[in-house]
Design a protein around this ligand. Structure first.
Ligand SMILES: Cc1ncc(COP(=O)(O)O)c(C=O)c1O
Length: 391
């Protein structure tokens, strides 16, 4: 299969009705919300069209969904979760909510790696749980998990860990040793992990992704996994995700009411089964393409004074530190106003918000030409800052 990941048509993109492509005027290049610019995988498109053509949009029978995921996980991740312990939910956030309700109580602390995907903060607040910041450490070799800090948070009473693995916004994939260390700490405190693995299908081709629940027996006994094709196959609007429990956490799946399971859409379910049982050609090529956009970005970071970032290991989101580029605490605002580039403000991801000062999240899930144009807009914005590059 040869897919034209680099042949994107701007007019077609601008005609999309997604938030990404309709929120800003046409002279703004959008590189913010987590949505990619590529045409859909043929298998996904065919499945959705097939359901429409067959007028097959009633309440979907969900039996095949968990089976399809188990097949995909066995092939790509080397584990075969039990389909009987899984159930459909409307989206990843709904799955996280269902798991948090069972595994934690109102008032409990829930630990999350920060910076974090902003809706996690809103979800915890909505559920009356307390977000406990677990800051990733910025070390010369990359983002590092602070095991001591995790231990302290759980010792101080936090009951859950909302793990984002791979991590949004840094793209960090935890190693087997890190996962084991985390699971030992969680196990010792009798807490639980809810692992959001929605970005896992887009792991870099040289990174081996290990699902948290598959990283050891302790991890399996205290965790659930939430996943979806929404990020990997770029269909968050289709509304379908999977909550996958383990034997020791089976109560989480059992607690999801029937009406909640029926919120997964018929189109989303047909598309998910197709994506997870496809021959893999499209997602494999996409991963190679994203290796290239990641490499392009890293190359730019290395040659751009004032910009710092650690190379990502998965997905198409990058966490950039522009503190020394002279764009102030909120570079996203300056980039939008002067550079006509829409990126996500770092402060939205931070706890406390100051952790996000000078930071942005950039979406590189696009063609190389459009990524280069986004980087050119950052360059020219930096160049407009008096005294920065040409003192
Ligand atoms: C880590 C993570 N979790 C969850 C979501 C939301 O997924 P969904 O739209 O399926 O709820 C996103 C979206 O970007 C995400 O990055």
């Amino acid at each position: 299969m040869v897919v034209g990941f680099n042949a994107l048509d701007l007019d077609m993109l601008r005609a999309r009705r997604t938030m990404k492509w309709s929120r800003y005027p046409p002279d703004v290049l959008p590189a913010w919300v987590a949505e990619m610019d590529f045409p859909l995988a043929p298998a996904v498109l065919e499945a959705a069209r097939g359901a429409l053509d067959a007028h097959d949009l009633g309440y979907p029978e969900s039996a095949g969904l968990a089976e399809a995921y188990a097949t995909w996980a066995a092939r790509y991740q080397g584990w075969r979760p039990d389909p009987a312990l899984a159930c459909p939910v409307a989206d990843v956030m709904a799955g996280l909510e269902a798991a948090l309700r069972v595994l934690t109580e109102p008032g409990d602390g829930v630990v999350l790696l920060t910076p974090a995907y902003p809706p996690f903060f809103a979800l915890l607040k909505q559920l009356g749980r307390v977000a406990v910041s677990w800051p990733l450490l910025d070390r010369p070799r990359g983002w590092t998990v602070d095991l001591q800090r995790l231990g302290d948070a759980l010792r101080d009473g936090a009951r859950g860990v909302l793990l984002c693995h791979p991590h949004n916004p840094t793209g960090r994939v935890l190693t087997g040793e890190e996962l084991t260390a985390v699971s030992e700490i969680v196990d010792a405190r009798g807490a639980h992990v809810i692992s959001d693995e929605v970005h896992a299908p887009l792991s870099a081709t040289d990174v081996s992704f290990i699902p948290y629940a598959a990283s050891g027996s302790a991890a399996g006994a205290h965790s659930v996994t939430i996943t979806s094709i929404s990020k990997g196959w770029n269909v968050p609007g289709l509304k379908c995700a999977l909550l996958q429990a383990q034997p020791a956490t089976a109560q989480v799946t059992a607690s999801v009411p029937k009406y909640e399971r029926l919120r997964a859409s018929a189109l989303g379910m047909a598309a998910s089964i197709a994506a997870w049982t496809d021959d893999g050609g499209w997602i494999d090529e996409l991963r190679v393409h994203l290796d290239r956009t990641r490499a392009e970005l890293s190359h730019w970071v290395r040659r751009t004074p004032g910009v710092r970032a650690h190379p990502g290991q998965a997905g198409y989101l990058a966490w950039l530190n522009l503190r020394d580029a002279g764009l102030g605490d909120d570079p996203a605002a300056v980039l939008l106003n002067r550079g006509r580039l829409a990126v996500s403000p770092g402060r939205d991801f931070a706890l406390p918000v100051e952790q996000g000062n000078g930071r942005i999240r950039l979406n590189h899930g696009t063609s190389l030409p459009l990524l280069r144009e986004a980087l050119r807009r950052i360059d020219s914005t930096i160049d407009t800052i008096d005294g920065h590059r040409y003192p």
